[in-house]
Every structure is written in C-alpha cells, then in structure tokens.
Design a binder for this molecule. Structure first.
Ligand code: HEM
Length: 153
C-alpha cells in the first residue's frame, strides 16, 4: 500500500503545491497561453507571489498584499476569462492538491480556491451576485429591508 499523503502543513508544502499546479497550468490547452502569451508572466516573480498568497490565505502569514481582482480584471478584455476557464483552473487546482496532500488544510485550501474563483469570476465579468438580486429575496428578507430605517442619515 502507498504511504498516506501528508497534510499541507506550512511553507514548504505550499511551494510544492504552487510549483506543481503552475507546471500543469502551463501545459493546459485552455489556460497555459493566458499566462505565457497573453499576460507574459515572469515566473520568477509570479511563483514567489503565489507562495506568499497561499501562505497568507491558509496560515495568515506570508505577507501577501496584492490585488487579485485587479490582476484578473486586466486580463478579461484580452482573453476569455469565463466559467469554462475558472472551472478548468479549479479542476487542475483540486487535482494537484489531491495528488500531493490529504487532510484538513488540503480540504480548506480547495474550498478557499473555489470561493475565490467564484468571486473573481463574477466581479471581473460584472455578473451580479444572484444572492443580492432583489427578485431572489425571501419574503422575510424583503419585509426586514422594507422596515429598516438607516441611522446614519
Ligand atoms: C481562469 C482562471 C485564472 C487565470 C487564467 C489566471 C491568470 C492569472 C495571471 C495571468 C496572473 C498574472 C497577472 C500579472 O502578473 O499580470 C494571475 C495572478 C494572480 N492570480 Fe490568477 N488566474 C486565474 C484564477 C485565479 C484564482 C481562482 C485565484 C485565487 C484562488 C487566482 C489568484 C491569483 C493571484 C493571487 C494573483 C497575483 C495577483 C497580484 O499581482 O497580486 N487566480 N492570475
């Protein structure tokens, strides 16, 4: 039997995950060219940035202070950045995590990635969040909002 996989437990695990993930992304038919041709990513800069990003997400250290929304918003006018691209990104991310790690942090990073993919996708394509559409409010929410009086004005 194979040894059980370790959980993602710190910076060295994150570096292994990020390196393996972008190795796969670069040879992906739907995503690779976006990094190498459209954005012309400098991997010597991008990889350390992504180590810091995931270390910050998972362990609240790592010092990432960038703006992921802006980075992807820049790409949207240049190339397709729709649900198929985000779904593929997530599929590759989940498969990479599952090939290398197992445990609570491995589960957590996959769920963070899915949440952020959804937010980035909706924002950069200016798709309104369906949960905020007045047509989708429950009768209770509608009554509560109608009764609410702002105290700041
Ligand atoms: C369709 C899917 C995606 C594509 C094609 C994509 C592509 C890219 C590219 C090309 C860059 C580099 C931009 C630049 O340096 O000019 C970038 C940066 C980045 N991406 Fe993505 N990305 C995708 C999804 C995601 C998701 C789901 C996340 C988060 C879970 C993410 C997190 C980041 C972060 C943190 C940066 C660095 C932003 C900064 O400069 O601070 N990306 N992405």
């Amino acid at each position: 039997m194979n040894d059980p996989l370790p959980d993602l437990d710190g910076r060295s695990g994150i570096e292994r995950l990020v390196n393996a993930f972008y190795g796969r992304v670069r040879s992906d038919d739907l995503l690779g060219f976006i990094f190498d041709d459209v954005a012309g990513v400098d991997w010597g800069v991008h990889l350390p940035k992504m180590y810091a990003f995931w270390e910050t997400v998972l362990f609240r250290s790592g010092g990432y202070t960038g703006n992921p929304l802006a980075a992807h918003a820049k790409l949207a006018p240049l190339t397709a950045m729709g649900r198929p691209q985000f779904d593929r990104w997530l599929e590759v991310f989940r498969a990479t995590v599952d090939d290398l790690f197992a445990g609570e942090n491995a589960e957590h990073i996959k769920s963070c990635a899915a949440d952020m993919a959804n937010v980035i996708h909706l924002k950069i394509n200016r798709i309104p969040d369906p949960r905020l559409d007045p047509a989708n409010l429950t009768p209770e929410q509608r009554a509560r909002y109608a009764a609410y009086k702002s105290t700041t004005r």
